[in-house]
Design a protein around this ligand. Structure first.
Ligand code: FES
Ligand code: MG
Length: 572
């Protein structure tokens, strides 16, 4: 490792000097010594621990203990651990939506990784937007980095039944709306849904992104599904710190080596085999986009048609993340998927995916949770992209979470102009709506002031819910929580606020959904659409601040809703 004097690692990295570099290092070391660190420590390479604890992020509440374990590993690996915070995005505590702040967090991560004297980093995140933001930032800063996730929550219990955030939150709330259970029952359930530290207990966005980070090769093998409160999670934190220290010493590998068209395609296969969150597609697109790698939605459909669903977890199946971990976790899924994956790809450990999978499996696999490739849960992947006159640039449907009978459907549009209109009218007893209608929500896409919230899971109008209606075709430019389910068409692009055809839909229009043909069409003559387009006006630009930056820079879902200026200008 040698001395940092005159070297370019550790504290000597990125020195600002005004003509006298020796003085700049002398000054920095004298301030570093105020932290009580010895010369032996200050001469080590530095591993930054980019962390995101917050009192307003329940999912990250065990981070102090996790960070201690990371530090232990970094020290054992011969480097100096330096933890620093960035903004933290606690999914349920942010308005208008955590999505609005994902790109801001990615900028925070990127600039702090770049500005500070770091030889490598451990990225510690977990709640939905934090892992995408950290990976986006790390790819752009391109310093050697290990992703460490929070790990999922354990389930709670009520009268013998297991409960987990947040598929069960929705399931019971739907029953409460339908008059099936009373206020006292729903209040009792409220205290049993989220009972430990960690991320949502099902294969929602956070868990899907954890698996994607591992599938990309950016996290330790076997790390994605370990529960937050499990002792293995701390051992994984220690090992992540140790690896980052070795990467700091060796100078790599960097994210630009790990994130390639092949590993991105592997991650898409994993997303499909998990029947993972629709949000993960947006985030993976944004991460890949930072390397100039695009995700073609037609290619997604090819992959979807040839990737079986292997994992039986909520929201589409039966189990929880704790079951997934006990059953063999992502490791077991990767082994099954191996014939479909690019195996000669690098990972942060230095071994290729082929080498990783050549080792004998550590534990037997529970086939009730993770199916073999030959007898999958479903023959094709959970997500499909749709195209047509209503979505020229594509829309996404999680067919695994949809009602079979609604996958081929033509109906009358019942249109909501935006979130306020939806809130005002959806439960109006006089709303003109039947179960065969198509609920349409506009102005909830990336270019809208709502900033693409998880509003795409429109509630079934109360009067229909009380009559027993469980699902309807719902279409919007919004996202949907990874823990939700239903025949819900999302991410319609271009979105309404940028003037896409969705902006032109009116009550009573006919809409046709055909998943078989991968089509989503607005059955209105072009001449009529032209008349409507002529009077359409975009939303006003916010006057100042981050909202203004968002409005000016935001790209559509097929670009991962990144900011235009954050993507590389040249080819990858
Ligand atoms: Fe943090 Fe679900 S609220 S992962
Ligand atoms: Mg979520």
């Amino acid at each position: 490792m040698g001395s940092s004097k005159g070297g370019r690692h550790g504290l000597a990295r990125g020195l600002t000097n005004y003509g006298d570099p020796d003085f700049a290092l002398y000054l920095r070391k004298s301030f570093a010594k105020s932290m009580g660190l010895s010369d032996a420590m200050l001469d080590r390479p530095v591993v930054g621990i980019c962390t995101s604890p917050s009192d307003l992020n329940n999912c990250h509440r065990h981070f102090p203990e996790l960070i201690e374990a990371v530090k232990r590993g970094v020290l054992a690996g011969g480097a100096l651990p330096m933890a620093f915070p960035t903004i933290s995005l606690g999914e349920v505590f942010l308005s208008p939506t955590s999505m609005f702040l994902r790109n801001l967090m990615s900028m925070d991560v990127e600039e702090m990784l770049r500005a500070q004297p770091l030889d490598a980093a451990v990225l510690v995140g977990g709640c939905d937007k934090t892992v995408p933001a950290q990976l986006m930032g790390a790819v752009s800063a391109d310093i050697p980095a290990v992703q460490l996730v929070a790990g999922p929550m354990m389930t709670g219990r009520l009268a013998g039944e297991r409960l987990g955030a947040c598929t069960d939150c929705r399931r019971f709330w739907a029953r409460y709306r339908a008059g099936d259970i009373d206020r006292a029952a729903i209040d009792r359930i409220e205290g049993r849904l989220a009972v430990t530290a960690g991320t949502c207990a099902v294969m929602g966005t956070a868990s899907t992104m954890a698996c994607i980070a591992e599938a990309l090769g950016m996290a330790l093998p076997g790390s994605a599904a370990i529960p937050a409160v499990h002792a293995d999670r701390l051992r994984c934190a220690e090992a992540s710190g140790f690896l980052a220290a070795r990467m700091a010493v060796a100078g790599g590998p960097r994210p630009s080596t790990i994130i390639t068209p092949e590993t991105v395609e592997n991650a898409l296969r994993v997303l499909l085999a998990l029947s993972g969150s629709t949000n993960a597609l947006v985030h993976l697109t944004a991460i890949a986009g930072r390397r100039g790698i695009g995700i073609d939605l037609h290619r997604l459909n090819e992959l979807s048609d040839t990737t079986p669903v292997l994992v039986d977890l909520k929201p589409t199946g039966a189990g929880y993340m704790e079951d997934f971990h006990a059953a063999g976790g992502l490791e077991a899924v990767l082994r099954e998927l191996a014939p479909l994956l690019h195996l000669d790809v690098p990972t942060i450990t230095g071994e290729s995916l082929r080498e990783r999978l050549a080792r004998p499996p550590a534990e037997p696999v529970d086939r009730a949770v993770i199916r073999p490739l030959e007898s999958p849960l479903a023959p094709a992947g959970g997500l499909v992209a749709l195209f047509g006159s209503l979505a020229p640039r594509g829309a996404i449907l999680k067919r695994a979470a949809a009602t079979l009978a609604l996958l081929e459907h033509e109906g009358r549009a019942v249109v909501f102009e935006g979130l306020e209109d939806l809130a005002r009218r959806i439960d109006d007893p006089t709303l003109d709506v039947t179960p065969a209608d198509v609920l349409v929500l506009k102005n909830a896409g990336p270019a809208s002031p709502a900033a693409m919230p998880e509003a795409g899971y429109l509630p079934i109008p109360t009067k229909l819910a009380r009559a027993g209606v469980k699902d309807m075709v719902r279409i919007s430019d919004a996202r949907m929580s990874g823990t939700a389910f239903g025949t819900v068409v999302l991410h319609v692009a271009p979105d309404a606020a940028s003037g896409g055809p969705l902006a032109l839909v009116q009550n009573g229009d006919r809409i046709r959904l055909s998943v078989r043909e991968r089509r989503l069409d607005l059955l209105v003559p072009e001449a009529e659409l032209g008349r409507r387009r002529a009077v359409w006006r975009p939303p006003a630009l916010p006057e100042r601040g981050y909202a203004r930056l968002w409005a000016e820079q935001i790209l559509q879902a097929p670009e991962g809703c990144d900011f235009a200026f954050l993507r590389p200008s040249g080819p990858a």
